[in-house]
Write a protein that binds this ligand. Structure first.
Ligand code: SAH
Length: 337
């Protein structure tokens, strides 16, 4: 999964209406603008550290960062204080981000991973980043759990299993006894990223906002999926030619917060649905403002449709969830009321 995605993101125009899949910032500028307002509010809650880092994990085409920076640019103090750090592994998207952000003056630094971002007061944003991280799957066979993987069979990839050789099997004590065929998932990189954020919070003030599609508690199920040209595809076909993802287990993030929060000055807010979060941040007002300025009926329709898509429970409103890891001494982050 890791190898395929490095190859895929490195060579393909993955994100956008004419590409393989679409994300919230590509649906509407409102998404990034509201997050820009969120960043400003958090920065003030942190006592306006100058300078501070605005870190984005997996910034895609740079659209979300550009929309946030357009909002920040209206406030001279924060615009002068912000240092942008983009964590991106794809050289192709790196080039796109550079182009998207060329008209903004704050300095931008690129990193292959979060570890090389120097410690400093920070606000971190990650939208649809965690779902791209490789997962492990475990399948219950006749009487025990095995790790599920892929094997090369000539030119084809096929499913295979092997004995579990690590202790990564998720805690299932709250679930009914497994039956053959049940699948469990584990994302090994997720605890590392959470740990890295938490370590940062022990030294500096900060907040991390993670947004993704996912589930609220550990459960049996196979969420490994491939998407190409806006359609689901067989994940074992066309390796490196389609986007491979898995749903994010928000229970893992919440549990991390509960356990880690006792040792470090860290607090978790949420998760809540993306719809509720964006409405709490004022999506309705922003949409009305844009509607009042829209030139044509088509433009108006586009705004209404985008607001619906981002917030309605049958669209991205509840499958997509928002969670915030924050320094424990900061007031509640906006949007989580
Ligand atoms: N946040 C963007 C893009 C989401 S797609 C948006 O909302 O539109 C996932 C992004 O994460 C891409 O930029 C991809 O290149 C990047 N990515 C995937 N795996 C990564 C990894 N292990 N480390 C850093 N970036 C990664």
């Amino acid at each position: 999964m890791a190898q395929c995605n490095v190859d895929y993101y490195g060579r393909h125009d993955s994100i956008g209406a004419a590409a393989d899949f679409i994300t919230a910032p590509e649906i509407s500028q409102m998404f990034g603008e509201l997050l820009g307002a969120w960043v400003i509010a958090r920065w003030h809650a942190m006592d306006a550290p100058t300078p501070f880092q605005l870190i984005e994990l997996g910034p895609g085409k740079g659209t979300l960062m550009a929309d946030m920076l357009r909002v920040l640019r209206n406030h001279a103090d924060i615009y002068a204080a912000v240092r942008i750090h983009l964590v991106e592994t794809s050289p192709k998207l790196h080039a796109t981000q550079k182009e998207t952000l060329q008209d903004f003056t704050p300095p931008v630094t690129w990193h292959d991973n979060l570890q090389t971002v120097p410690p400093a007061p920070f606000i971190l944003i990650a939208n649809e980043f965690l779902d791209a991280l490789p997962i492990q799957q475990f399948i219950y066979t006749l009487a025990d759990w095995q790790e599920r993987g892929v094997r090369r069979d000539g030119e084809k990839l096929t499913w295979a299993t092997r004995d579990i050789n690590n202790d990564a099997l998720p805690d299932t004590r709250h679930l009914p006894a497994p039956v053959p065929g049940n699948i469990l998932e584990h994302c090994p990189a997720l605890p590392d990223i959470l740990q890295s954020i938490s370590t940062r919070l022990t030294v500096h003030s900060g907040a991390a906002l993670l947004i993704d599609y996912g589930y609220a508690r550990t459960d049996y199920g196979d969420t490994f999926q491939a998407v190409a040209r806006h359609q689901y595809a067989n994940p074992l076909e066309n390796p490196g030619e389609q986007d491979l993802t898995a749903h994010v287990n928000f229970a893992v993030i919440e549990n991390f917060g509960k356990i880690q929060g006792q040792k470090t000055p860290l607090k978790i807010w949420g998760h809540i649905g993306q719809g509720e979060f964006l409405i709490n941040l004022g999506l309705q007002l922003r949409a009305e403002k844009l509607l009042a300025n829209a030139a044509t009926p088509e433009d108006k329709m586009e705004i209404i449709e985008a607001a619906h898509r981002l917030t309605h429970p049958s669209e991205m409103g509840s499958l997509f969830k928002v969670i915030c890891l924050s320094s424990s001494d900061l007031p509640p982050p906006e949007g989580f009321k």
